[in-house]
Every structure is written in structure tokens, then in C-alpha cells.
Design a protein around this ligand. Structure first.
Ligand code: SAH
Length: 290
């Protein structure tokens, strides 16, 4: 981790152990194509086979301090073992950064889904979160963060910006790997949902903003990492301008066919781009929805 160990009300023992390991600089391998998915396809494909039965160990359920209906979102039957299995699959798909894998293991993804979908939280699929948006597929969340961390600072990230908070899951994962995380969402009810999801976790270093992320966040720029969780036909120049020199932006780019792109700022007026793999994200849209 780039800073001090984060404290949560939930047991993060697994993260603590792994985070203290030294992470070697990793070669960012060019991945084979990830299967494009939609929430509908995922639900159809995975709906019938949810989590393995008989979880071996029950994780402590995160509950809001002053009990509210939010506690309904917690799913007490999810075992740490199921999340570990998800992380093992992500590693098998090629994500090697142990800090990223540890962060994925520490964040309870089921907590970011409505109860009806919580049993599917640990399959490798995007799932609906309302307003025609999705929580991203776990593999791609891990992959994007791994690529962003593979910088010349040995993975140190101070200011990170996420465009497309959605339900807040990726922001939570990022909070374990960056000093400050800023995340922007254009759909007000999703911004509120993310706030509600994250509040009980009491993560001190996430700032959520309601607005158009295509404009970036000039007030707190520059960022040494920017992640877009929605695909535009191109990456907005405002975001490129808000990268530090040496900073890395990872974004899906395209329409029906999308590719994951890494853009590194190499000089004041110079950026270098590389293409990583196929992907499938919801579209990046301008403006806000109240
Ligand atoms: N980060 C989420 C993924 C959310 S899906 C996760 O953890 O799974 C992508 C989100 O991007 C949607 O909620 C969508 O509303 C949002 N989005 C699209 N265009 C945007 C824009 N210009 N500014 C901010 N958010 C945007």
C-alpha cells in the first residue's frame, strides 16, 4: 500500500498479511480477449448456479453503526472462501499484482449488490445495479487497477480519479491501493447508492462527487492514476490534461467493439497509448441525470 494501513470495521486480516509483502515490479502482460458480457447475459448464464453450498467460514457482516435498512444489503451466508475463490480465478486469468489481489479479497463485493443478486456477487460477471448500469466484472476491475499501478513509482498512487462510481465497489478496492480516491458519478441516485454502500465501511480516503466525469476534477488535479468505468469513443482531453507526468489512465474505448486502453503522460504535451485487450463497458455519457 502506498500509505498507512486502512482500518475497517470488518476483518481485513487477509489484506493486512498480503499487503505487507513486497510487490515486485510486474510486467503488464498483454491479455487475451476477455469475453464481452452484459448484465442480462450474465444473469442468464450464471443465475442458475449461484454460490457453492456450505460455506466453510462465515465472514463478519458489515452493518451500519446506527442500524438502518442498509443492513438488509449484507449477506451473512457469504464465506471468505467464496471470495478467495473469486480472487484465485482472477489470478488464473492473468492478474499478478498481489496487492491488487489482496484488495479484491478484502472488499465484500456482495455488499454492493441488492439482496436478490448478492448470491451472485462472486461470479466473474458484471451485474445490474439499476438505471441501466452495472457493477463491473471483478476480473476487469482488478486488471485495470493492476495496469494503473504498474507505474515508474513502483505502484505508489497518491491521487486517483475514477469516472463512473456506480455502486462504489471499484472505489472501495482503489481505496486500499491509493492515498486519496476521488470518484465521480453522473446519475444522482447511483451517487447516493454508492454513498449508502460505502458509509458503513467507513473508508476515510474516498471522496464521491456527483457530476460529469468527462470534465475531470480540476479542483484536485493532477492525478497519478485515472480509471474510466465507462466507454467513450475517445478519452476526453480534459482527463489527459489532468494526469501527472508519469501518470497512467486506463479506459475502455469504443462503441459496440471496445478495447481497454492505457494512456501514459510522458511529457507536458505528450501522451503514449497502448491497447491491452477487448472489453465491454456501459457507455460514457456527457452531462448529469438528477
Ligand atoms: N465503478 C463501478 C462501475 C459502474 S458502471 C463499479 O465499481 O462496478 C459505470 C458508471 O459510469 C455508471 O454508473 C454510469 O452512470 C457512469 N458514467 C457514465 N458516464 C459518466 C460520466 N460522464 N461521468 C460520471 N459517470 C459516468
Amino acid at each position: 500500500m502506498s500509505g498507512k494501513t486502512r482500518q475497517f470495521p470488518l476483518s481485513l486480516a487477509s489484506l493486512g498479511n498480503k499487503a505487507s509483502r513486497t510487490v515486485q515490479a510486474k510486467t503488464v502482460a498483454v491479455q487475451k480477449t476477455a469475453t464481452p458480457q452484459t448484465a442480462t447475459q450474465n444473469a442468464a448464464q450464471y443465475g442458475a448456479r449461484a454460490l457453492p453450498q456450505s460455506p466453510s467460514r462465515i465472514i463478519p457482516v458489515v452493518r451500519p453503526v446506527h442500524g438502518s435498512s442498509d443492513s438488509d444489503r449484507a449477506m451473512p451466508m457469504v464465506s471468505e472462501a467464496v471470495r478467495k475463490a473469486m480472487v484465485a480465478r482472477i489470478a488464473k486469468q492473468g492478474v499478478k499484482d498481489t496487492k491488487v489481489l489482496a484488495a479484491m479479497e478484502a472488499i465484500p463485493r456482495h455488499f454492493f449488490l441488492e439482496p436478490a443478486l448478492a448470491s451472485q456477487a462472486y461470479i466473474d460477471a458484471s451485474l445490474p445495479i439499476g438505471h441501466h448500469q452495472t457493477i463491473s466484472q471483478p476480473y476487469i476491475v482488478a486488471r485495470m487497477i493492476e495496469v494503473m499501478r504498474h507505474n515508474k513509482q513502483g505502484g505508489v498512487l497518491n491521487n486517483v480519479l475514477e469516472i463512473g462510481t456506480g455502486c462504489g465497489y471499484q472505489a472501495a478496492v482503489l481505496s486500499l491501493l491509493a492515498k486519496e480516491v476521488y470518484s465521480i458519478e453522473r446519475i444522482k441516485p447511483l451517487h447516493e447508492l454508492a454513498k449508502a454502500n460505502l458509509r458503513p465501511l467507513r473508508i476515510p480516503n474516498i471522496r464521491l462527487h456527483y457530476g460529469d466525469g468527462m470534465l475531470g476534477f480540476s479542483k484536485v488535479a493532477p492525478f497519478d492514476g485515472i480509471i474510466l468505468a465507462a466507454a467513450g469513443l475517445e478519452v476526453p482531453q480534459a482527463l489527459l490534461d489532468q494526469l501527472t507526468i508519469g501518470g497512467r489512465l486506463v479506459a475502455p474505448v469504443g462503441g459496440r467493439h471496445q478495447i481497454l486502453q492505457l494512456i501514459e503522460r510522458v511529457g507536458k504535451y505528450e501522451w503514449s497509448a497502448s491497447t491491452l485487450e477487448d472489453c465491454h463497458f456501459v457507455p460514457l455519457r456527457p452531462g448529469t441525470v438528477g
